[in-house]
Write a protein that binds this ligand. Structure first.
Ligand SMILES: *Cc1c(COP(=O)(O)O)cnc(C)c1O
Length: 360
């Protein structure tokens, strides 16, 4: 038998040529084998929108903690170790805290997270707790929590691991590399949910770097989607009290606002918004017709694609990639909140058969 690899291989080792790594970084790697997520073709969606296009889902819910945040977190935590830090801290709508807590646990670092009380999905919260982070519920929203984290990490020797940390963006850009590697080129369009706007920034950076290195022959148009109740970039001003069922993008004042606009403008793309109803419809479509269970915020990309298709935005024969940012299991309460979900019965065959609608 061949000797198995002694270490986990994640995005840092795989894409080290495109990342700001030193020899020391490579000796400090904290990885959970993140990245290398599948690119899933959706025939159901192209049929649904009645257009002859190739639509792929980059399913980031299949990362180790169930969201794309792991790509950035492996690098941010690795760098924290390289720089001799003992603790990390973040504000989070949930997934950043789950990811930070897991990588910090693996690295033996303390982890502090501030989350908006009452607005974090149960799956995410349970991860942060189980991985041993000190979780503080802040009676405020994400934007307020992030301001606090910025102040605290400026004062104390604690590494900030929100996407303001440049290594987060560096790690996250590897998703673009994987898409180009899988397709043999960049897609024509890339559709992505926008919350704090780190991810759209990271994807665009990745696409540009791969293009420059002649690993792809074109650049995609970046199509970002915010939730209608949390759409500061679309409206052109911060939103004081953002509201949406898609809690991962419930953000009123994105940290990477300027960079997101830059990605939009440089790529000739757009940033638009989708309503909660459109998000839920897309979330259900993905689960019921594609067999892909993503979280509501992730479905904002598909909701946006459907909205643009209805406006005849896409040409035939194009390739479109949608990032599905996180896994549906993150938010079980929402998943079970639809009235058609649950039926109960006595343990009797007649009753069950009746429910199954199999009567002759
Ligand atoms: C973090 C997150 C987003 C938003 O990403 P940004 O980089 O903040 O724009 C979207 N969906 C999910 C599931 C997330 O965890």
């Amino acid at each position: 038998m061949k000797k198995p690899k002694e270490r986990s291989i994640g995005i840092i080792e795989r894409y080290q040529k495109f990342l700001p790594v030193t020899k020391k970084t490579l000796e400090c790697i904290i990885s959970l084998n993140e990245g290398n997520t599948p690119l899933i073709l959706s025939e159901a969606l192209s049929k649904h929108i009645g257009l002859n296009v190739r639509i792929y889902y980059k399913f980031e819910g299949l990362n180790p903690t169930g969201s794309f945040k792991d790509r950035g977190m492996t690098f941010a935590v690795t760098k924290a170790i390289e720089e001799g830090r003992k603790a990390v801290m973040c504000a989070s709508t949930g997934n950043t805290s789950a990811s930070a807590a897991a990588y910090a646990a693996r690295a033996g670092l303390k982890c502090f997270v501030l989350v908006p009380e009452g607005n974090v999905a149960k799956g995410k919260l349970s991860q942060a707790f189980r991985h041993g982070a000190q979780v503080v519920m802040v009676k405020g929203n994400f934007d307020e929590a992030l301001e606090l984290v910025k102040e605290i990490t400026a004062k104390y020797p604690i590494q900030l691991v929100n996407s303001l940390n440049p290594y987060r963006i560096e790690g996250q850009k590897t998703a673009s590399f994987e898409i180009c590697d899988a397709l043999g080129d960049a897609p024509d369009y890339h559709v992505i949910p926008v919350g704090n706007a780190g991810n759209i920034t990271a994807y665009w950076k990745g696409y540009k770097e791969y293009f420059k290195a002649q690993k792809s022959s074109q650049l995609p148009k970046m199509l970002g989607f915010q939730a209608a109740g949390a759409a500061p970039i679309v409206h052109g001003h911060p939103i004081k009290a953002p509201e949406t069922v898609a809690t991962a993008i419930r953000i009123g004042n994105p940290a990477s606002w300027k960079q997101a606009e830059q990605a939009r403008d440089e790529s000739n793309g757009l940033i638009d918004m989708v309503t909660d109803d459109e998000i839920i419809a897309a979330y259900r479509f993905l689960a019921e017709h594609d067999g892909v269970f993503c979280e509501p915020a992730s479905a904002a990309s598909v909701a946006g694609l459907i909205k643009l298709a209805q406006k005849k935005y896409f040409k035939e024969e194009t390739t479109i990639v949608c990032t599905l940012t996180g896994h549906g299991l993150k938010d079980p309460d929402l998943a079970l909140s639809f009235d058609d979900s649950i039926v109960s019965a006595e343990p009797k065959i007649e009753e069950i058969i009746k429910i199954m609608d199999m009567e002759t």
